[in-house]
Design a protein around this ligand. Structure first.
Ligand code: BGC
Length: 399
């Protein structure tokens, strides 16, 4: 089956830098609207809500109990206030370290309409190959939309959920962390309001299913928001999704990016929640007319033969990572470059050169990354020959 995707808008189809900033410009006007909407949603808890909070249950460990009985200056100050003014001691999860560094996207499998439609079905042995090559995590793009009922309560097909669980378990058995995302939810991008309840129901079910998963199972809220998913709409959606996931997964890392297909520029428009376990993400395919040359799903298809590595290309790279650095400095959020790669019709040497240079820029800034991809159109591995493409692992891991 042919890969159908609507990533055909003019923003993406032209060269990276100019078009991405053009996309960002159109979306900037909407950011204020999003902030106003989000501000309305963050109302302080009412007295009734405060009263409903249960007292902390007694601790099991006697040593911990003794420590807990000692009052900190903040607690003493709180105690001194009249009851009506006391702020409820809502337990706030600790920030846990974001330990993933090197990740591989298992693309073209579970985000196809049906796994296998795009020529790749994930095998447990693939995870072993990924782990042995020195990666610590895999990202599993997933098209939940194709396997979810269209009527409330929007049940996900149990067989599909079981398959996702199986793939996650196989990756974990190979010692890998796992990013679970919502990929290619195309109707949500064009009819956001109509699909909001369904999208939230999908996250409700994923959250319950993976509530007990280890910390290195990460949730990524939405791959590459675009089209009608304006920054304002995206922020409003995030503002509903995060508290929903937090009901069952209080401290899991949540990965969130901006519009324009997760461009670096769009990060500035994201209203990140006040939550200690958030990771910001962006995708790096710059310049598109190099990384996507000949990509049949682009319109127009960028011509083949574009080489990479001159001074202009270096300047483009510099612009991307200067933008990322400014964002990281302002927010202090950990960063994951969730997709980067070059289509496999480009000579492997050029692909390796681009990949190594981008990867080094990410690592120099302390960002985690996830290469696109294992066995799809941007492949690093040959599943027929059961071997990595020449130089692919070295470009990514220096091993
Ligand atoms: C899309 C893939 C595409 C890749 C590179 C991903 O986000 O899901 O279908 O091949 O980007 O364009």
């Amino acid at each position: 089956m042919t890969k159908t995707t609507f990533i055909l808008s003019a923003c993406f189809a032209l060269g990276a830098t100019s078009t991405l900033s053009a996309c960002s410009r159109t979306e900037t006007a909407l950011i204020d609207e999003g902030e106003a909407a989000a501000a309305q949603e963050t109302t302080p808890p009412t007295d009734t809500q405060v009263q409903r909070i249960q007292p902390t249950p007694p601790l099991q460990n006697p040593r911990a109990q003794t420590a807990a009985q000692l009052k900190t200056p903040a607690q003493l100050q709180q105690q001194a206030r009249p009851v009506s003014q006391q702020v409820s001691p809502v337990p706030r999860p600790e920030r846990t370290p974001f330990t993933m560094r090197r990740c591989m996207n298992m693309g073209n499998a579970l985000e196809a309409p049906n796994e296998g439609d795009w020529g790749y079905t994930i095998r447990a042995q693939d995870f072993r190959a990924v782990a042995t090559a020195g990666f610590d995590t895999v990202r599993i793009p997933i098209r939940w939309d194709a396997h979810t009922a269209h009527r409330a309560p929007y049940k996900i097909d149990p067989a599909f959920m079981a398959r996702v669980k199986q793939v996650t378990n196989d990756a974990q058995a190979a010692g890998l962390g796992v990013i679970i995302n919502v990929h290619h939810y195309e109707d949500l991008m064009v009819q956001t309001n109509r699909h909001e309840a369904r999208y939230l129901a999908i996250w409700g079910q994923i959250s319950e299913e993976f509530a007990d998963a280890p910390d290195n199972v990460y949730f990524e809220l939405l791959n590459e928001p675009t089209l009608d998913m304006s920054p304002a709409r995206l922020n409003a959606l995030y503002a509903k999704t995060v508290p929903l996931i937090r009901k069952t997964n209080p401290a899991r890392k949540l990965i969130m990016g901006g519009n324009s297909w997760n461009s670096v520029e769009a990060l500035a428009g994201v209203r990140f929640p006040d939550d200690p376990n958030i990771v910001a993400t962006f995708h790096d395919y710059g310049p598109h007319n190099f990384t996507h040359q000949g990509a049949a799903w682009m319109n127009p298809v960028p011509p083949m033969g574009r080489k990479w590595g001159d001074r202009e290309d270096e300047a483009e790279l510099d612009m991307t990572y200067t933008a990322a650095k400014a964002f990281a400095k302002r927010t202090g959020l950990p960063i994951l470059v969730g997709e980067f790669g070059v289509i496999d019709t480009v000579p492997q040497k050029q692909r390796n050169q681009w990949t190594k240079r981008r990867r080094m820029a990410m690592e120099a800034n302390g960002y985690a990354w996830c290469a696109w991809d294992f066995s799809g159109a941007f492949k690093s591995y040959d599943t027929q020959a059961e071997r990595w493409l020449p130089g692919a692992v070295y470009a990514l891991t220096a091993r």
